[in-house]
Design a binder for this molecule. Structure first.
Ligand code: ZN
Ligand code: ZN
Length: 376
């Protein structure tokens, strides 16, 4: 079928909405009519070529929600009409990482995903001239419809508006997982969050739900620090004004925080996270650092039991956790609407990427189908 989608032809060119061909779902795949998609900083990394070479031409977009339109052979966990959030790591459940309880690191997904293919190693997307298009992050959801691996379509309650549910599959899973699965923050522990964009705000919300205190938000944009306070930050440090954010964090936390979350993806802020933690503390790098960039820390400080750890996609079982996260949003404990600073149509994708490049606002949600998304 012919659909409209955001195509990345080359990182030197803006992403444009084009007509492309989408083939029907094969065995173990699901066709989803996309309602809404969040625009995430990883989309900027993809669009700018920072994920490394060979990641185009592609339909990009990975943080979406919609309604199942049809299912391929063998798919039983969802049916047409079901509301789903998209999960960009549709774990195979049989590789060594999946069997070891690390489905976020699924080897099968990594193998085909790096080439932008679905789980059988092929694509359902083509340009009208026949050129194969990659499925950006296996999700390709800056589009009216998408075909995803069955594990990438996770059923959620229909009561949760899809324009909010869109955020579950990247920002929420990633931010909540960093706090719950990686740091395992306990009540009363101190937390700093560097970068208060779409994912950072979810880290703050998760820290609040975990009972962390203080929760120190750091950003260069006052508007984002306000959003951080609304999500539960107890203190805000404006890194554009503050000459030494690390000293400020240490002062506010009696000598350093238990956990610092870096949610930007830059060497300087990884170093800041390291400098902000106390002896025995842990710096968690959540941000996506461009391919080829290195980060350094003064290694003598490993002697004070400090840890620097990474995380990918929440470091848990994203598909299994999504329904619980949807329930938290439905109960009001998680405020998804509150982190959405802009809404637009699908054609607003490049403008949304530009806002992220400028560090402006938190999340833009593109309403691909305004009525289906349940907006207004
Ligand atoms: Zn993302
Ligand atoms: Zn696997």
């Amino acid at each position: 079928m012919r659909i409209r989608a955001a195509v990345l032809r080359h990182p030197s060119k803006p992403v444009e909405i084009e007509e492309v061909e989408l083939d029907p779902p094969k065995v173990g795949e699901v066709l989803v009519r996309v309602a809404a998609v969040g625009v995430c900083h990883s989309d900027v990394r993809h669009a700018d070529g920072d994920l490394g070479p060979g990641r185009w031409p592609a339909v990009i977009g990975h943080e979406g929600a919609g309604v199942v339109e049809s299912v391929g052979e063998g798919v039983t966990h969802v049916a047409p009409g079901d509301h789903v959030a998209l999960c960009f790591v549709p774990a195979c459940r049989s590789c060594r990482y999946c069997l070891a309880g690390k489905p976020n690191l699924c080897e099968t997904v990594a193998e085909h995903g790096a080439r932008g293919m679905l789980m059988d190693g092929t694509s359902r997307l083509r340009l009208p001239d026949g050129t194969t298009l990659q499925h950006g992050l296996r999700t390709a959801c800056f589009a009216e419809r998408t075909v995803v691996a069955a594990g990438g379509a996770v059923r959620i309650p229909a009561e949760l508006p899809l324009w909010q549910a869109a955020l579950l599959g990247c920002g929420v899973v990633t931010g909540m997982g960093a706090v719950r699965n990686v740091a395992r923050v306990q009540p009363g522990q101190s937390v700093a969050v560097l970068g208060c964009g779409g994912v950072g705000l979810q880290v703050i919300a998760a820290a609040r739900l975990a009972g962390a205190d203080p929760i120190i938000a750091v950003d260069r944009v006052p508007e984002k620090l306000e959003l951080a306070r609304a999500q539960g930050a107890t203190h805000a440090v404006d890194a554009a004004e503050d000459v030494s954010p690390a000293s400020s964090i240490r002062q506010l936390s009696d000598g350093g925080v238990d956990y610092a979350f870096e949610v930007i993806g830059r060497p300087e802020t990884i170093r800041l996270a390291w400098d902000a933690i106390r002896p025995g503390g842990t710096a968690v790098v959540v941000g996506l650092v461009p391919d080829g960039v290195e980060a350094t820390v003064p290694a003598v400080e490993f002697l004070s039991d400090k840890s620097l750890v990474g995380t990918y996609y929440g470091s848990g079982d994203p598909a299994a956790e999504l329904p619980g996260l949807a329930a938290l949003a439905l109960s009001g404990e998680l405020d998804l609407a509150g982190v959405i600073t802009h809404v637009d149509g699908l054609e607003g994708v490049e403008a949304a990427l530009d806002r992220l490049r400028r560090g402006e606002g938190a999340r833009t949600v593109l309403l691909v189908d305004r009525a289906l998304a349940g907006y207004d």
